[in-house]
Each structure stands twice: as C-alpha cells, then as structure tokens.
Design a protein around this ligand. Structure first.
Ligand code: PLP
Ligand SMILES: N[C@@H](CCOP(=O)(O)O)C(=O)O
Length: 419
C-alpha cells in the first residue's frame, strides 16, 4: 500500500457506516468506524485512515469554520467552540525580506484555545461521544492538552493529560488546569508520555486523542481546505507551497490527505497540489533526517532539545503518513536553529502577528530554503503558524525588549523617552 496522489478511489467495504470506514495504510484491512475503539490496525499495527465513499468539491462546502467542511468529515456535527476560519495574514515586509512573490500567514493561534489542535478536537471529541467513552487522554507538549481539556469539558467528559515535567510552556499548563484536566507530570520527554498514554488506551483506561487517532486528523484537514479556498479567491490559483512546523507530523499527514481527497474529487489537479514543506528545530529533527537521507522510515531521536517546546519531539508517530506527503507533493524538510526561530518570531511580531516559537519555525524554514535557492522567488507560499504568542509568555518576554523603569511623573517620563 502507498499513500499516493494518484490512488484510485477505493471500493466501499461491507463494514462501512454511511460511506465511512477505517483503513490500514499498510495492509489495507478495513474496519467499521464507530463500533469499537481502535487506533491502529488489528492485523499489522499500521496507522489507520478514515476513508469515504464520496469526496466533496469546493462547491459543496457551506458555513464557517471546521464544520463548513462537514461533507469531508466522518460526522456532520461536533462538540464545537467555533474553531477554524482563522485569518490568513499578509506580511509585506516579511515577503520583501525573504524575497518571494507572496507570503501569507495562516495563523492557527487564533483558534479558541490558541492552536490548531481545536480543529482536531472538535471532531475527535464528537467521535468519542459516538463511541460512548467517558474518559479522554493525551500526551502533550502543551497545546494538545489545552485543547483536549477545553473540548473534553465542553463535551462533559473526564480528561487526563500526561506532560513532560518542566518542559511545557506556562500558558498551556494553565489552560489544561483551568479547563479541568488532571495533569500528570512525567519524568521523561513527550515521546515517553505518548508511549504511556498509548498503553493506557490499549488497556481501555481512556480514549486516546493524540494525532495517532485518525479521526482527529480529519478535523486538521480543514487547515488545508481553508488555505486553498482563500488562495483561490485572492489569487485565482492555489499556493505553490505550504510551509509548516513539524512535531508529531499530524498536520503534514492531514494536509496531504486533504489534497489527495480533492484530487480524487476532481477539484484539484495533481500538478496544482502545494509542495508540503516541513520545518523542525535542529535539536529535534528526525523527519528532516529521513527526508535528507531518502529513508522510508524515521529513526527515533531519544535526546531532543529546542526552545520551541511544542515541537520537542523525537519520534513523530505520523511519519508513515507524512513522509509520502512531503515526497509526493515535491516538498522537502529543513531544520532551523533556535536563534533563527526567535528571529522569525520577532519578524512576525513586528508585523502584528504574535506566535509561539514552534510556529515561527515555518517562517525561519522558508527564509532558509529561499536563501539556499530551494524555494523560487516566483512562488506563492502559505506559512502555517500553529500557536498563539501567549501560549509561551516566557519565550515571548525573552525575545522581546525589557521594560524600562521611569519615575512616576510626566517630565521624568518625557525626559526618559527623549533620551
Ligand atoms: C504550536 C505547535 N506547532 C507545531 C506542532 C507540530 O505539529 P504536528 O505534530 O502536527 O507536526 C505542535 C504539536 O505537535 C504544536 O503544538
Ligand atoms: N505539540 C503537540 C504534541 C502532540 O501532538 P499530537 O498532535 O499528536 O497530539 C502538543 O501540543 O502536545
């Protein structure tokens, strides 16, 4: 089996429910979508994808936000906090300094809990309701836990989050806590947290809502659909490239799936598919290593470090879905330094776009690839910024300027400002 852009629409299996089923990307085994809880293939342990008997075209979408794309999702409604419909900002100074025809910033930090995870959770929690589970769990570098806690509480479910102790930004822990999650701080990194939460889920202790869950990725497809619709409206053409930060590689997998389904629907030509371009921090770059080496599998990095804590991940679980996405679309992957990430965070902030460090990696990656001549000057590019600046107030304060003490009287303030 391979996840190819030119794959034929599969035959509908007997276990499909209203034209929806789960299929293993490795062996092709199919499963009913909502009868039992499963995350991977019963037969070979491969990753699962949600499959549909029919795919909508752009004309079929109506409404606003994630649920505008209900015809491309496994359910018609979900536990919602009005996620999606995020802004696509123009950044003329950045465009000029990087030197490409157009750069637009798809700011996913403008979702209800401040990251793209909300798009996945609105669908994932709806499926949890359909399956009748009452306890949700995730491992997290922060944003997944904030979204899980918020959407879980909205859906009236118990939530359990496993975080790498001391490695999660303050805003995210505060969100998970106030939305009522039980926060379990693990003496290990994110990948160790995910190993544990997978064990708990296999034992039936909780419903796993990391991106290993194929339903969650369905919600994240809508990022790609929104970008394509907006570019079509503004430029009468799709973007040449989408640059995005990569951690567990869920978004890369989800965007690729969105494109494959549009190709199958006849709404997007294979030649129009944007080049998926992943960016990782130098200290946590297993996907970049695999792309550079032309490898089919990603080697797990046990020691990972970066100031961009959201992408401090050494074992991207969605690599088998994401690697074909990068290759088949003609994209690439690049690693950037923490210093370059901070610089990009400042560049975005200077155009009024406030993002957390991991998000800025996309812009740092674009700058590097343009400087190396891998991105051409005539390209139209969308950079994904995945989380809001206030998620990581410590990183923002460190990247910004220090407050200046002044006396409590006007002349003193004026004197200080003029000098
Ligand atoms: C802010 C932020 N950016 C990027 C990522 C990476 O996204 P993905 O895991 O889908 O590659 C994450 C989490 O993984 C994140 O929280
Ligand atoms: N950055 C993520 C890491 C977990 O990724 P997921 O997409 O598999 O849930 C986070 O915010 O926890």
């Amino acid at each position: 089996m391979s996840l190819s852009l030119s794959a034929e629409q599969p035959a509908v299996p007997a276990d499909a429910d209203d034209g929806v089923w789960l299929e293993c990307i490795d062996c092709g085994a199919t499963f009913a979508p909502f009868e039992d809880v499963r995350y991977t293939c019963d037969d070979c342990d491969g990753l699962l994808e949600v499959r549909y008997a029919d795919h909508p075209t752009f004309d079929d979408f109506e409404g606003r936000g994630v649920w505008r794309y209900a015809d491309a999702l496994p359910l018609s409604e979900g536990v919602t906090a009005q996620e999606g419909a995020t802004p696509l900002y123009e950044v003329p100074r950045l465009e000029e300094s990087i030197g490409v025809q157009a750069v637009r910033i798809k700011h996913e930090g403008m979702n209800p809990t401040g990251s793209f995870k909300d798009r996945g959770m609105t669908v994932g929690v709806a499926v949890a309701t359909e399956l009748g589970v009452d306890r949700l769990a995730c491992a997290s570098t922060g944003n997944t836990s904030a979204a899980l806690a918020a959407y879980g509480s909205r859906g009236g479910m118990e939530t359990l989050v496993l975080l790498p102790a001391g490695k999660v930004a303050a805003g995210k822990v505060a969100q998970a806590s106030l939305h009522g999650a039980r926060i379990l701080e693990v003496d290990g990194n994110f990948d160790a947290c995910l190993d544990i939460v997978q064990d708990l889920a296999q034992q039936g202790e909780a419903y796993l809502l990391n991106s290993l869950n194929p339903f969650r990725l369905e919600g994240q497809k809508t990022i790609g659909l929104e970008i394509l619709e907006a570019f079509r409206e503004d430029y009468d053409a799709f973007p040449d490239r989408i640059v995005l930060p990569v951690g567990n590689a869920g978004n890369t997998a989800a965007l690729y799936k969105a494109f494959r389904e549009l190709v199958q629907a006849g709404a997007l030509a294979e030649s129009e598919v944007p080049k998926l371009t992943g960016v990782q921090a130098e200290g946590a770059a297993p996907m970049v290593e695999a792309v550079e080496n032309g490898a089919d599998e990603v080697r797990r990095w046990d020691d990972v470090e970066t100031r961009a804590t959201a992408i401090r991940i050494g074992n991207p679980v969605n690599a088998p879905k994401a690697l074909p996405g990068i290759r088949e679309t003609g994209g690439t992957a690049v690693a950037v330094s923490d210093a370059a990430i901070t610089e990009a965070q400042r560049d975005l902030a200077s155009e009024g776009v406030g993002v957390e460090p991991a998000s800025a990696a996309s812009v740092a990656g674009l700058r590097k690839l343009r400087a190396e001549g891998i991105v051409d000057d005539d390209e139209r590019v969308a950079c994904l910024t995945t989380g809001h600046l206030l998620k990581d107030p410590d990183a923002a304060a460190a990247a910004g300027s220090d407050p200046e003490p002044v006396p409590a009287e006007t002349d003193g303030v004026l004197d200080h400002v003029q000098n």
